[in-house]
Design a protein around this ligand. Structure first.
Ligand code: 5GP
Length: 204
């Protein structure tokens, strides 16, 4: 059986991570999405337990103290974290688990899970990124400024990732990510016994 792995997708606010990962999940049933916990307030279209687990700061801190997060970070004035149990259970079953997290979280995962795959999603230009943040219309002016400034800083971290994907069109970005998944699935180290699978005789 192929081993499961973590697929870490990062990119600045406005790079279209949410849209791209939703399109990817719609197209494929071999990827499980890790639902993060956050202290951010839900946006009008967001559903608790589907987009995020929306928690009070107290509950978040409690989970953090109990070691229930695989990684956690303070991003744009709120806390975010990846619940550990779901991810570990799915990896154990041989699934691919998609983590849509910021660069701080990705760096934490990189230290502890060497076999994760790291993808950085880029907007075609910074002007386009600004337009996308403005168009979403769900953030305050202050928040938009924070997100745009953070986007510049986050771009410095692209060198920490294995792959970059430019999100000019969602469909193209999804195809690029699928190509990455396809080759990652063919990595020898992700299979227990290739010889046994094709010959019925392993290890000889
Ligand atoms: P948003 O508030 O726009 O949904 O997300 C803000 C940022 O937090 C995005 O960069 C998103 O990828 C990141 N984020 C979402 N969930 C997590 C998480 O569990 N851990 C970390 N480190 N970042 C997260």
């Amino acid at each position: 059986m192929a081993k499961g792995f973590l697929l870490v997708l990062s990119g600045p606010s406005g790079s279209g991570k949410g849209t791209v990962s939703q399109a990817l999940m719609k197209k494929r049933n071999d990827i499980k999405f890790s639902i993060s916990a956050t202290t951010r307030k839900p946006r009008p279209t967001e559903i608790d337990g589907e987009n995020y687990f929306f928690l009070s700061e107290e509950k978040f801190k409690q989970m953090e103290e109990n070691g229930e997060f695989l990684e956690s970070a303070y991003v744009h004035t709120n806390y975010y974290g990846t619940p550990k149990k779901f991810v570990m259970d799915e990896i154990e079953k041989g699934e691919i688990v998609l983590l849509e997290i910021d660069v701080q979280g990705a760096l934490q995962i990189k230290k502890s899970y060497k076999e994760a795959v790291f993808i950085f999603l880029l907007p075609p230009t910074m002007d386009e990124l600004r337009n996308r943040i403005l168009k979403r219309g769900t953030e305050t002016e202050e928040d938009i400024k924070t997100r745009f400034n953070n986007a510049f800083k986050e771009l410095d971290f692209v060198g920490e990732y294995d792959f970059f994907v430019v999100n000019d069109e969602v469909e193209n970005a999804v195809k690029d990510i699928e190509a990455i998944i396809h080759s990652e699935k063919l990595r020898v180290k992700r299979h227990n016994n290739i010889k046994l699978n094709i010959t019925g005789q392993g290890g000889k």
